[in-house]
Design a protein around this ligand. Structure first.
Ligand code: GH3
Ligand code: MG
Ligand code: MG
Ligand code: MG
Length: 316
């Protein structure tokens, strides 16, 4: 299970060791800049003298800052910058264009091509460090925000009790699966599980014991199915398994295997041991026009038939 991002996570973003790439065809020039950048705490500096290699270089490990010389043989700094910006992965890398050319046109062209900043040679050490530090700081904040967003996005799709995906993420993922199955004309089935007399478990053993049963059942389901199957907690004591590439007959077999495994499950909670059973409704998707909601409704109907038929059984 993942926990919400903390201030510590944000701080970690700040302490990620910055990677700076210096691109200059004249190695002593590059070395001079590299020596100045020793003033950047913890930065890892790499020198690239062949402009043609810059894009490849950035593909291996995305830099946090690029110092890009303008005058270079074969591929000049502007062309190099445009090539970098052409790939979406490199669109946000801060790039400082460094040049002895002091024409206003070049400055304008550099910014038009996506330069983040512009420095004139001979480079002033204080200015280089101040500008680099600012860009790296912004970069670190951006990285921390991206990571925090990814963590939030993950949490938004996860059930905090069982660690399974929740209804929201299931509807998204199952929707994509149905689209994929339509394209390839493949079968998809679902099995809907509802724990039997769950209220009685809560009432007699306590809510925490009920929670333990939910956790155990979710884990069992996740471990018992294929990696491509999708297990979600739809709500309360109701779980669903989406089975791609599976016809009704095979889905019923899988559901039966899971039902039997659930019935054998020993739930342990604070020295208390008990078992649970579940009623299961199975349906195969009526491709391609049936909606996901309608498919779930049919499996729900089947699940209620399993309840009516005596519980701890699979119906289709
Ligand atoms: P049936 O066999 O007909 O499904 O009976 P049931 O008791 O399982 O069904 P009912 O819908 O009456 O009760 C479901 C219970 O699940 C009621 C609710 O308090 C409980 N429940 C829902 N969410 C949670 C949860 O997160 N933890 C615990 N411990 N109980 C929950
Ligand atoms: Mg040069
Ligand atoms: Mg229920
Ligand atoms: Mg129930």
């Amino acid at each position: 299970m993942t926990s919400p991002p903390t201030r510590g996570d944000l701080a970690r973003g700040e302490s990620h060791s910055a990677r700076v790439v210096i691109v200059d065809d004249v190695e002593p020039n590059a070395r001079l800049l590299a020596a100045m950048l020793e003033g950047l705490e913890g930065a890892r500096v790499t020198v690239v003298t062949e402009a043609r290699q810059v894009v490849d270089h950035c593909a291996v490990e995305t830099p946090d800052l690029v110092l890009l010389d303008y005058r270079m043989p074969e591929v000049d700094g502007l062309t190099c910058l445009r090539r970098l910006r052409d790939s979406s992965a490199n669109q946000d890398i801060p790039v400082i264009m460094v040049t002895s050319d002091d024409s206003a046109d070049l400055l304008r062209e550099a910014f038009d091509a996506g330069a983040t900043d512009f420095l004139r040679k001979p480079v002033d050490e204080f200015e280089l460090l101040a500008r680099s530090r600012n860009l790296l700081r912004l970069r670190a904040r951006e990285r921390a925000l991206t990571e925090a967003n990814a963590a939030l996005e993950r949490l938004a799709g996860e059930d905090p009790l069982t660690g399974s995906i929740n209804r929201r993420r299931f509807m998204d993922a199952a929707g994509s699966e149905l689209t994929r199955a339509t394209r390839h004309r493949r079968p998809v089935s679902v099995a809907l599980f509802d724990i039997d007399h769950f209220k009685a478990i809560n009432d007699t053993r306590g809510h925490a014991a009920g929670d333990a049963a939910l956790v155990a059942l979710a884990r069992l389901c996740r471990e018992a199915v294929r990696a491509s199957d999708l297990v979600a907690r739809l709500g309360g004591e109701e779980f669903v398994v989406l089975l791609p590439e599976t016809t009704l007959l095979h889905a019923v077999e899988t559901a039966e295997r899971l039902r039997a495994a659930i019935a054998r499950l020993c739930v342990e909670h604070q020295g208390d041991t008990f078992s649970v059973t579940a009623s299961v409704g199975v349906a195969q998707w009526a491709a391609p026009d049936e909606s996901l909601d309608d498919l779930l409704r049919r499996s729900d109907d089947a699940m209620y038939r399993a309840k009516a038929g005596g519980r701890n059984r699979v119906e289709r």
